[in-house]
Design a protein around this ligand. Structure first.
Ligand code: NAP
Length: 274
């Protein structure tokens, strides 16, 4: 019986594979994991001895129809080339390289292709995975991939053209949110007698509580603001500063990341053609 193949056990690959295994959507004896440096698979092999491990992607492709590629963007093409002779019309490739278009991947493998944009938040089974399947992927095959990623996140099916803006809001956002609250923490230290550790602790606990109000209690952003920032009060003065300063900052942020995305995409498309 065909196994499920995972290629690339780096930051994202290890998070996703371990997430699938611990949520039991895949069984250890069903999967083969490949990594260029095979010794990096020693720990997962120790924890799940039934897993098959390799550093030979062609071997994996010969054994698996469902193949997940979690290598860095520039290595995806090379991995598909290595597997070329073993891929068939039953092969279904899922990859996570944000800047690599599905057309680009199609030029190397004209079969069933799914693109997923995962998020670091899947480390705690939270956040959103963005998914797009091409026209060759059947409903059953799409459901299989959607189901796996549902075990570590919420799945949102998107058109490929919405990946860039979507990934800013889901995949890049943990870094943006961390940066925002790091700056808030730094200002807190500067303007108080608390230690940095104390400020960080207060900020993170408040961030977590606010996320809970928004998500678990379904309190919208505006309700949270209006409940805290009473008319004429102190919080309202602070909110006014953010209202003035933030729209331009966030517009510039999104414009910059979208432009960078476009540039990388064009460079990668050029490389694929040549
Ligand atoms: N970080 C994020 O939040 C995020 C979010 C969404 C998408 N992504 C995308 O996820 C992809 C992977 O990112 P990452 O941060 O996980 O990269 P990473 O930590 O560098 O991991 C890449 C892994 O792929 C392995 N690899 C490279 N070439 C290989 C080959 N030919 N055969 C088998 N394994 C090979 C590497 O092996 P070695 O051990 O030998 O180096 C390494 O373990 C990128 O395309 C990125 O754009 C990242």
């Amino acid at each position: 019986m065909s196994k499920i193949g995972f290629i690339g056990y780096g930051s994202m690959g290890s998070m996703i594979i371990e997430g699938f295994l611990s949520s039991k959507v895949v069984k250890p004896d069903q999967i083969i994991v490949s990594n260029r440096t095979k010794s990096k698979l020693d720990d997962i092999k120790k924890e799940y001895p039934e897993i098959e491990i390799t550093d030979n992607n062609a071997y994996l492709a010969g054994k698996c129809h469902k193949i997940f590629i979690f290598v860095g963007t520039s290595a995806v093409k090379e991995v598909i080339k290595e597997m070329k002779d073993e891929l068939s019309e039953d092969s279904h490739i899922t990859y996570i390289a944000a800047a690599l278009t599905m057309d680009n991947v199609k030029s190397a493998f004209p079969g069933k292709i799914t693109k997923v944009i995962p998020s670091l938040t899947s480390r705690v089974n939270e956040g959103v995975s963005l998914i797009c399947h091409n026209e060759k992927v059947s409903e059953k095959e799409a459901d299989f991939v959607n189901n796996l990623f549902s075990s570590i996140s919420d799945v949102k099916i998107v058109e490929e053209e919405n990946f860039e803006a979507g990934s800013d809001l889901t995949s890049c956002a943990p870094a943006f949110i961390a940066e925002i609250f790091m700056k808030f923490t730094e200002a807190g230290v500067k303007n108080s007698n608390f230690t940095e550790a104390e400020v960080e602790d207060m900020v993170i606990k408040t961030l977590y509580g606010t996320a809970n109000l928004l998500y678990e209690r379904n309190m919208g952003f505006e309700e949270v603001i209006s409940r805290v920032a009473t008319k004429g009060g102190i919080t309202e003065e602070g909110v006014k500063i953010l209202e003035k300063e933030l729209p331009d900052t966030f517009n510039e942020l999104l414009k910059t990341t979208l432009a960078k995305n476009k540039k990388i995409k064009e460079e990668l498309n050029h490389q694929m053609i040549n």
